[in-house]
Design a binder for this molecule. Structure first.
Ligand SMILES: C[S@@+](CC[C@H](N)C(=O)[O-])C[C@H]1O[C@@H](n2cnc3c(N)ncnc32)[C@H](O)[C@@H]1O
Length: 128
């Protein structure tokens, strides 16, 4: 077991060195792994203080809505032919502006970050 984010794959793995990948990445449902597994992470000695959770939060695939909802508009970092993600994000961003950080802008940031990390994940799979 490698106790690290997959974003650090190059520290551990050579290009073309993996024959089979079985994966179950986070979904676009803002399931907060840190909060929901907090006791387990302490019990398993994978976390020792709240500081450890900040790092995990930043390294999580897609981040959490709570982490990105107050940031300036987060853009897609890639473009895909035949994809309407950008258009859908733009619609989402403009929903319920009166709700402030709880409105569409925060959720658009969350979704954009999620898709950006999915794209990075696909690049990693291609590297391996
Ligand atoms: C849909 S769950 C899959 C859980 C797994 N199948 C299991 O049974 O425990 C997604 C998992 O990806 C992990 N994860 C999120 N970001 C990650 C990252 N950057 N690197 C590695 N794992 C990550 C989460 O902590 C969570 O355990």
């Amino acid at each position: 077991m490698i106790n690290d984010t997959f974003f650090n794959y190059e520290r551990y793995l050579q290009p073309g060195s993996v024959e089979l990948i079985i994966t179950s990445p986070p979904y676009l449902n803002n399931y907060h792994y840190n909060r929901n597994t907090r006791p387990h992470l302490y019990w398993l000695n994978l976390a020792h203080s709240p500081e450890d959770f900040k790092k995990l939060e930043q390294e999580n695939v897609g981040k959490y809505w709570q982490t990105v909802r107050e940031k300036e508009n987060i853009a897609l970092e890639f473009s895909l032919q035949y994809s309407d993600i950008e258009e859908k994000l733009s619609i989402l961003k403009d929903l319920n502006p009166e709700k402030g950080i709880y409105g569409g802008k925060g959720w658009a940031n969350y979704a954009a970050t999620y898709f950006n990390d999915c794209y990075k994940f696909a690049q990693v799979l291609n590297f391996l």
